[in-house]
Design a protein around this ligand. Structure first.
Ligand code: IPM
Ligand code: MG
Length: 368
């Protein structure tokens, strides 16, 4: 029997509700495979700050260090409540970025997937969305502006200023590009390189390194696209993209745009991987406005479990069974509230009902 330790960072807002459904799904997988999952809860996020004085407390670091994988829910508070926490202790800055840095999870894989049967969830016209979407956006996750030095001060003219540094070295760029080329090689062999080399020197270096890395991947076609143009192309013709790679901030912004193309950020799970430990999280925030109402869509959290099964535990078939089960619930005509505009014909189900239906589907199909 293989045994894995998983650190569970439930997070804030809708975190507990969507994590509960994800763990139900994980329990089904455990039961029918020769595998055991030891789940270790650890405080993380705004709640951890209020209870333990830090959004990423020492005890959580110790638990994560010893874990085989980390499953993380969304963190953060609404605008007003966030002001009750000192800026550097706010969970995005004080917990999420340090988590990424600690495990050097330099590649963030964000699948943008809408099978044909679910294409109606997209706000794009049927003739634009076509047979749905199947894109993987790869975002560099531990460099660039989000991690550079910051200076806040008052200048000689008595004006408050802030200076934030965007730094990449060639190794940081190369390591994420290799992930992107490897993925493109296993898919359609087309890689969209998203950059801003007409303005940013960091993109000039990025593209130079890309030219070096691509020598090892002669069968992969590279399409270079400026990030602003990519934003437009994603709306007008998203079907042209398969694997996209980009630096940290571009990826943060375009991946949320991709959530919009799908119809909801609730459909965006993600895997944060490096050379060692990986962690898995929804791409969205903690949605404090709808927390505790049993209406959040747990797809992104359950999808993060699927990504963990595949990437950390090599359980590819079970990962595919989880995707199929979730999509099956939607194709049966059910929907979570985030995906169904007023007047749609879908039967709206709650967070718990969605999780229960996924479990039912999973038990009916797949496994040994
Ligand atoms: C994301 C989020 C994070 C980011 C926040 C929570 C720090 O927006 O994962 O996309 O900006 O990277
Ligand atoms: Mg984001």
């Amino acid at each position: 029997m293989t045994s894995y330790k998983i650190a569970i960072l439930t997070g804030d807002g809708i975190g507990p509700e969507i994590m509960r459904e994800a763990l139900k799904v994980l329990a089904v997988i455990e039961k029918r495979n020769t595998v055991s999952f030891e789940l270790i809860d650890a405080p993380f996020g705004a709640g951890a700050y209020f209870d333990h004085g830090h959004p990423f407390p020492e005890q959580t670091k110790t638990i994560c260090d010893a874990a085989d994988a980390i499953l993380k829910g969304p963190v953060g508070l609404g605008h007003e409540d966030a002001l009750k926490i000192p800026v550097d202790m706010q969970p995005e800055r004080g917990a999420v970025l340090p988590l990424r840095a600690r495990y050097n999870t330099y590649a963030n894989l964000r699948p943008v997937s809408l099978p044909k049967g679910l294409a109606h969830f997209s706000p794009l016209k049927p003739e634009v969305i076509g047979d749905g979407l199947d894109i993987v956006l790869i975002r560099e996750l531990v460099g660039g502006l989000y991690f550079g030095d910051k200076i806040v001060g008052v200048d000689d003219g008595n004006l408050r200023f802030v200076e934030e540094t965007l730094r990449y070295d060639e190794q940081q760029i190369r390591q994420v590009l290799i992930v992107a080329f490897d993925l493109a090689l296993g898919r359609s062999k087309v890689l969209h390189n998203i950059h801003k080399s007409n303005v940013l020197k960091s993109s000039v270096l990025w593209n130079e390194v890309l030219e070096e890395v691509r020598q090892d991947y002669p069968s992969v076609e590279v399409i270079n696209m400026l990030v602003d143009a990519a934003a437009t192309h994603l709306c007008l013709n998203p079907g042209q993209f398969d694997v996209m790679v980009m630096e940290n901030m571009f990826g943060d912004i375009l991946s949320d745009q991709c959530g919009g193309l799908l119809g909801s950020l609730g459909l965006m799970p993600s895997a944060c991987v490096g050379d060692g430990k990986a962690y898995y999280e929804p791409s969205h925030g903690s949605a404090p406005d709808i927390a505790g109402q049993n209406i959040a869509n747990p797809y992104s959290m359950i999808g993060s479990v699927a990504m963990m099964l595949e990437h950390s535990f090599g359980m590819v078939d079970e990962a595919n069974n989880v995707w199929a089960a979730m999509q099956g619930v939607f194709s049966d005509g059910y929907s979570t509230p985030d995906l169904s505009p007023a007047g749609s014909r879908a039967e709206i189900i709650s967070t718990v009902q969605f999780g229960d239906r996924v479990v039912e589907k999973l038990q009916a199909h797949g496994g040994k």
